[in-house]
Design a protein around this ligand. Sequence first.
Ligand code: COA
Ligand code: AMP
Length: 622
Amino acid sequence: MSGYRELFDTSISDPAAFWAEAAKAVTWTREPQRVLDDSNPPFYRWFPDGELNTCANALDRHLDERSDQAALIYDSPVTGTTRTYTYRELHDRTARFAGVLRNLGVAKGDRVVIYMPMVPEAVIAMLACARLGAVHSVVFGGFAAYELAARIDDARPVVVVSASCGIEPTRIVDYKPMLDAALAHAEHTPSACVILQREQQPCALVDGRDVDWADAIATAEPVGPVPVAATDPLYVLYTSGTTGKPKGIVRDNGGHAVAMMWTMRHIYDVEPGDVYWAASDVGWVVGHSYIVYAPLLLGATTVLYEGKPVGTPDAGAFWRVVAEHRVKVLFTAPTAIRAIKKEDPNGDRIKDYDLSSLASLFQAGERLDPDTFHWAAGKLGIPVIDHWWQTETGWAIAADPMGVQVLPVKPGSATVPMPGYDVQILHSDGVVAEPGEEGAICIKLPLPPGTLPTLWGDDHRYVAAYLSAFSGYYLTGDGGYLDEDGYLFVMGRTDDVINVAGHRLSTGSMEAVLAEHPAVAECAVIGVADEIKGQVPRGFVVLKAGASADNLAAELVAAVRENIGAVAVFKSVDVVPALPKTRSGKILRKTMRGIADGRDEPVPSTIEDPAVLEALRSILRR
Ligand code: COA
Ligand code: AMP
């Protein structure tokens, strides 16, 4: 492991030297003289006196050499469209949209919420915010009004950018009514909404509030990049925590740009001019990092895919995109590969396309299970790399660094910690685990550049949620172990966050919706194993005295869909006489989950009434 090992050891023993070298890949308006400010632990700041503009790094600085190179390829089987934007075109549109936002009063430090489907305008809106030094907060289109409203209230945007509709294979998703409902529900009122009218389903605009994207951009003047401090926020991305209230993960400008550039070459082995495709959504961190920022910062070509792995039109969709656009690296979630495998178990559709451009397949979002790994590696005949990360970190904590040294893959492992991440497995008493022993996966502070410096407007919650379990460590929320060779095995969350089709969701927010129903006295939502989606939620409710269970399940399913969104895939709810609890009143969710997944789950000694659990056993096993 010499190449990797040397690099990793230097990053831990002398992080400042390591990241100062990496920072040379970024164009700064003021070069940082200091690399790491560690004067105020547990808060760390990277490149504290540096100044730059992320959008200028992603677009303007490529204009000399790559003006006519494709920056973004929009491939949309759901609309039958393919469109390429050169660096010049993407730059010009972004600069003009920055003009639209400025005309609406957006200035450096202001927030803009972006609630859009997978269209180029979503990327343009993000980059335009970065250009102005404004802070974007993208909300995934699969979230409905309640989740959107919660994010609007926390981010308090000056402007919301949205679209009339999104297009799912089986239906048109009306974004505008959801936006209107969210704004009616939210306490905060933005001064304007910019709406992209899509021909598939235009919408009515609200007079005095809504602005038509096309009209506004036609008359706006282009705006140049505004330099910001490296430590200024680039974006806030909300992610699910254990409670219903989403956490606003803050990403800074300088550390992020440095980390993004470093990962493209060293982890993904991608060079400027290569085509890189992250088949995710701009609403998730994978979309932020690897659809938008990293490929463009490097000068590569990114693919923006508005479609699914299956059904648009078939299980060959991914291979068509790879072949048509000569994709070098594909990044997707294991759930997508499982969906393809289910429809095309022999991989016949793979043979229909010339995949000679494809060098590797990266997987993240959930653990790459060995079956899916073997299928993909066998059928594609290229390295299939599991890598583990979180919204909080913005880039891989553990991976196989393809651009440094290709390490042998161990199925079920995300390979080794990446530079800057001093990963340690801790037992609950804080003792470091021996190789092979499972425990809480923690990272010794400081975290490397590009990771969260805090939560939006809430330093206290940042410390409470991540830094207080073990002093001097960041708690990832995942459990797992390191083996004798230093390979990391991530086994799953240790909290109530679940992962549905690669989407991170909070069971707490679903419980909050169930609890609002007048017939519900108590409830619990757990994630249970699912063959394709990895996990799906299941709800259990106890009725209030005298309340009727008639039609209740259907009402609760509809309420979660309406409030949180279809993406929660909340389809199953059982009425039960009581929920199993500890003597201190904590619902035994982990025990319920184990039984539902068919494990031989021990009954905790702290249980209040074992009979309640026994009564539930057969329902859980269904
Ligand atoms: N806007 C609106 N609705 C959306 C949406 C969006 N952006 N994304 C998903 N939904 C809806 C779907 O239409 C579906 O609604 P339905 O209940 O009416 O059918 C529901 O949310 C669930 O969607 P999904 O999880 O996508 O399930 P699916 O059965 O349609 O597809 C997969 C299954 C595995 C093909 C799909 O989940 C997938 O491609 N997953 C990969 C996820 C990913 O890339 N994650 C990023 C991490 S790297
Ligand atoms: P998100 O913040 O949406 O990226 O989700 C992060 C969570 O997804 C992690 O904390 C893990 O629980 C899970 N996850 C992501 N990638 C992997 C992986 N490669 N292996 C195991 N779990 C993963």
